[in-house]
Design a protein around this ligand. Structure first.
Ligand code: ATP
Ligand code: MG
Length: 553
């Protein structure tokens, strides 16, 4: 602020200088004044340079800090938002919030503020100069204020509305780009190039159109303001040329110079309004995101390591109120037991297991771990008790070792990582890789095969060594060799742990203590493999069907 004000002060001072320059220098020929003037100008420029550096650097510092803090805050907040939030938001909109919106705020809070402060003070300085010269004429300028205010207000509202739509289109562009980059194989094999290109081009055209609308609004506002100012200048000239006006030649020149000098800061101010409105619109969206309630974590019970008893009591659940997904789910698992879930696709198996780590809330009934209601346990402590191997394996663009030791780099030694990898039957292929455990796996593990990825995920769960294990088994068809490897890996993983396993291949769960058969969100049968076969119901039918497939294969 000090730098900016100084700089504007010096600039306004130069306009003021015109009066003594003409009146004292040229007309009165004041020798001392003429001699000292050049030195004074040099000093003024040195002052102006220093002040300019100060103002620009520190304002940029502020702006960059705004960007950094916003990005960090948004990111930290994203890690706390509930699963329902992610179900209903596209990653493109979120990415563009972190990248695009934040930058708009930064521009408004640094570049724009520099201009606003600088130009406002410059204008104030010029008005002082005008006042000193002729306060009556200067008052004319005040007449313009309400007119300019109306123009500024109307254009601001419009620009803010348009900026919102630009933000959305940036999110859409990011989304389509991201999907197309990730899904490039599907796009090529299914001939989606034209469709995606059209979709993308359409969005970029829309984006350009909206940006241009903002710019047009801006130009209109800025030229209207200039027009108003121009009228005042011409009026001033008309009035000063009237006989009654008492003003010196220097005073008149200084006055007109000040008025003409006013045009540029006025234009800059109206132009920068564009940036400010974009910044405000972006800030609104960012705060909307930051105001999203995080996952509920009201439990206070602290747990170190549970034994692993799990109990569901009459659990009912729906994602959105209209359709109930789980009906009256009740079952019990003693520590170390394996509970298998089988049933048709879409019957609610994944949903059921997702409630245990409290990815979704808002179910009725109770879920207990070691007899404690999971709602009363601290979220972090609850999740510490579980390892999750899900239907879609998530690997990070990092080394195999870091993927296995994910979240516990500090605790896991290389020997432990190797032990986990061996138990997961992953070491066999890791050894063949050029850099072994230090091999980079690429984004989401693209450089590995599906079965290899799964074994890494199993090794990760093994290393976590938690008392409860949730396995949401992928349906991916693996060859018998790989399947045997994975089965062995899973067996060592399930050993000594309470396991909830969702299985599509029934051969994998014959030894489970209890098999729950689900249909349409209900448990329709339960019992051991032998009991269910004897019962001769849905499970027996399913088993015979798979058995036949195996026999004919
Ligand atoms: N995030 C979600 N939001 C809304 N509805 C969902 C969501 N996830 C799943 N559903 C719905 O809930 C029902 C049960 O889905 P769920 O994923 O639990 O099935 P599943 O038994 O695991 O199936 P599969 O064997 O194919 O994995 C489905 O009808 C599905 O459409
Ligand atoms: Mg599922």
């Amino acid at each position: 602020m000090i730098g900016t004000i100084t700089q504007s002060g010096v600039d306004a001072g130069f306009t003021w200088l015109i009066k003594p320059l003409l009146d004292k220098g040229f007309i009165a020929k004041d020798q001392t004044f003429i001699h000292w003037l050049p030195l004074g100008i040099i000093l003024a420029f040195i002052l102006r340079g220093g002040a300019g550096f100060m103002s620009n650097y520190f304002m940029a510092w502020t702006g960059r800090n705004v960007v950094m803090r916003f990005r960090q805050d948004i990111f930290a907040h994203l890690l706390r938002l509930p699963a329902t939030f992610y179900d209903n938001t596209t990653s493109g909109q979120l990415l563009s919030a972190i990248i695009y919106n934040v930058d708009q705020v930064a521009k408004a809070s640094s570049d724009a503020i520099v201009i606003v402060v600088q130009e406002s003070f410059f204008i104030a300085g010029l008005i002082v100069v005008m006042m000193l010269t002729s306060w009556k004429l200067s008052l004319l300028f005040l007449v313009t204020t309400p007119v300019i205010a109306v123009i500024a207000r109307r254009s601001s509202l419009r620009m803010r509305r348009l900026s919102k739509s630009v933000q959305f289109s940036m999110g859409d562009i990011t989304q389509v780009a991201e999907e197309s980059i990730e899904g490039y194989k599907v796009i090529r094999t299914f001939g989606g190039q034209q469709y995606e290109t059209d979709k993308f081009n359409d969005l970029t055209v829309k984006n350009r159109f909206r940006e241009l609308k903002i710019i047009a609004t801006n130009i209109l506002a800025s030229s209207s303001v200039q027009l108003v100012a121009g009228c005042v200048i011409s009026l001033t000239i008309y009035l000063t040329t009237l006989k009654s006006a008492h003003i010196t030649a220097g005073g008149f020149t200084s006055m007109i110079a000040a008025m003409l000098a006013l045009l540029k800061p006025m234009r800059n101010l109206t132009n920068v309004n564009n940036t400010i409105q974009k910044g405000i619109a972006a800030a609104e969206s960012i705060f909307l995101l930051l105001d999203q309630p995080p996952e509920k974590d009201e439990g206070t019970t602290q747990l170190t390591r549970v034994k692993g008893a799990i109990e569901y009591q009459q659990v009912n659940f729906s994602y959105n109120s209209d359709k109930k997904i789980l009906h009256d789910i009740s079952f019990k698992a003693e520590p170390g037991q394996t509970i298998a879930l089988v049933g048709r696709s879409g019957s609610g198996k994944s949903t059921l297991v997702n409630l245990l780590p409290r990815f979704y809330d808002g179910y009725s009934g109770r879920i207990l771990v070691d007899g404690i209601d999971t709602h009363t346990i601290r979220l972090e402590d609850l999740r510490k008790q579980l390892a999750f191997v899900s239907q879609q394996v998530t690997l990070f663009n990092d080394t195999i070792a870091h993927n296995i030791a994910y979240g516990r780099f500090a605790q896991a030694s290389e020997a432990e990582i190797i032990r986990a990898a061996e138990a997961a039957h992953a070491m066999e292929f890791i050894k063949e890789l050029p850099d072994g455990l230090q091999t980079l796996v690429g984004e989401n593990g693209v450089l590995l095969s599906g079965g290899q990825r799964q074994r890494i995920a199993i090794a990760r769960a093994l290393l976590k060594n938690s008392p409860i294990l949730i396995l949401d088994e992928a349906t991916s068809a693996l060859d018998t060799e790989a399947e045997r490897h994975i089965q062995e890996a899973l067996d060592s993983l399930m050993h000594n742990r309470t396991t909830l396993v969702i299985a599509h291949r029934l051969s994998t769960i014959e030894n489970a203590h209890t098999i729950l058969v689900m249909d349409n969100g209900r448990i329709v049968e339960s019992g051991s493999h032998a009991q269910l076969l004897a019962h001769d119901g849905y499970y027996a039918k399913l088993y015979r069907m798979q058995f036949k497939e195996l026999a004919t294969a």
